[in-house]
Design a protein around this ligand. Sequence first.
Ligand SMILES: Nc1ncnc2c1ncn2[C@@H]1O[C@H](COP(=O)(O)OP(=O)(O)OP(=O)(O)O)[C@@H](O)[C@H]1O
Ligand SMILES: [Mg+2]
Length: 360
Amino acid sequence: MLQLSTITITHFKNYDITSFDFDKRVIGICGLNGVGKTNLLDAIYYCCFTKSYFSNSDNLNIGFDKDGFRLSALFKKKEEAQQVICICRGAGKKEFSLNNVPYDRLSMHIGILPAVIIAPDDIEIIIGGSEGRRKYLDALLSQLDAEYLQQLMTYNKLLQQRNSLLKRFAEQGKTDDTLLQVLDMQLLPPASYVFEKRKIFCSELRPLVHDFYHQLAANKEEVKFTYESKLLEENLESLLNKNKEKDKILQRTNAGIHKDDLSFYLNGQVFKNIASQGQRKSLLFALKLAEYQLIKKYKGFSPILLLDDVFEKLDDNRMHQLLHWVCNHNDGQVFITDTHKDRLVEAFSNLHIDARVIEL
Ligand SMILES: Nc1ncnc2c1ncn2[C@@H]1O[C@H](COP(=O)(O)OP(=O)(O)OP(=O)(O)O)[C@@H](O)[C@H]1O
Ligand SMILES: [Mg+2]
């Protein structure tokens, strides 16, 4: 069981100094546009992932005209208190501690306080470029396997070095194949680790996504997804060799796990080409709930669920099914934002959910 009891937010986005106490498992957060509902969810997300879900730079998280921000959160995990404190004094200047022990590497925190977020722009996972789908897979796998995140970070660092090297070759007008070969050899072990994990976990996700989609979608459509990676057909060493001349011309690495993707199909056709808005939303929720379910299975307790504006995304029926599943069939803590307090209160009462509703 993982639960957030208190969070104090100081100079984070639109918050000055505000504390929230969460004495229930299900928490509704209401208020008009722009009051800070999403920012509150993001502050919670930050405490779990050591970064914002929405902005890549901490400069965007610091309150306007402020020098830094501070987040302090008290979680309870399997009856044990877990105190997170994050002090950020500008981009790149961040201290993050758990129970007063500062982390040397922020990545060590990932997976300790697992969470799943569903936000309005997440529909990009279904209809946008492959980056969003890799981010989805990586968020899941990093929380389940600390080694995965380390290997992925190693791969990304080496990939950057390789790409810089390719650029330098072009600038200098001469290449050094031995140097390239050295980097290629270093890329192989982390690539292979990440590839194998992605392959295994995609097979675990597949039946879950299938089931959740069936539960959410009104009609009985067949949804399928596949893991796409060139490494499924050929090992990375030979891919890198094959692409060497192309890489030199384009000055970047054209094959590798950084190109992996997920493909979705609806009744055998490419999902994003034919799916309706509702079908896209159902698939997004199916993916996220499958993530939730897998984390729960491997951790032995439910992750925190952050639902941002999901009422806007689903019709009443689907919303009720979703709420019923997360609130009544699961024991994890759930945060739900909505601009309409009445709608939220009514949904909770219809489903007999004992929730706390906070108005911002
Ligand atoms: N770095 C920042 N410093 C101060 N204010 C910020 C910062 N970043 C964002 N904001 C403000 O936070 C507010 C948005 O908050 P948020 O996105 O949490 O609103 P919301 O309640 O989720 O609204 P909606 O219902 O429209 O989704 C905006 O007024 C925005 O200007
Ligand atoms: Mg919002």
